[in-house]
Write a protein that binds this ligand. Structure first.
Ligand SMILES: [Cu+2]
Length: 153
């Protein structure tokens, strides 16, 4: 098999595992690059994030390692937007996939896609120190400015 067909197959497998089905979400994303899903029985700090063309407000937050954040996400724009919390490397990889499947829906513990005027919550525990990001991977939105930084100390 030549390298190109290996790559093609690898991409096809990636697309399947990233398909928007609940069962895949539960079993296909057991580790997350930015920490882990939060525990609703534990204390959390609420951070409201507005999604708009083409940015996030706030575009930068600081978190203490081990802290739980309840992200309240509101799409106040006129287009669909998403919030995907991960490392920059993971989001860039994911963005390549989104170019092929722009209508890919997300409803994962670390991300969601929102229609205009919709809101959602994500409860997240930042278990690792470092710099993470939330971005909208709908093609070109990230490049236009839909990226936010999370610094975990
Ligand atoms: Cu967007």
């Amino acid at each position: 098999m030549n390298n190109l067909s290996k790559i093609t197959i690898a991409l096809a497998v990636l697309s399947l595992t990233a398909a928007p089905s609940r069962s895949h979400d539960k079993h296909g994303h057991e580790s997350f690059s930015a920490g882990e899903p939060g525990d609703p029985n534990k204390l959390s700090r609420t951070v409201e994030v507005l999604l708009n063309e083409m940015d996030f407000t706030p575009a930068r937050i600081e978190v203490a390692r081990g802290e739980q954040i309840r992200f309240v996400l509101r799409n106040v724009g006129v287009e669909d937007h998403e919030f995907l919390l991960a490392t920059t490397a993971e989001n860039l990889k994911h963005a390549e996939l989104m170019k092929k499947h722009p209508q890919m829906e997300h409803d994962d513990p670390n991300g969601v896609r929102l229609k205009p005027n919709k809101s959602a919550e994500i409860l997240w525990k930042f278990t690792k120190a470092g710099t993470f990001e939330y971005s909208c991977l709908i093609p070109s939105h990230r490049d236009y400015g839909m990226i936010g930084r999370v610094t975990v100390k």
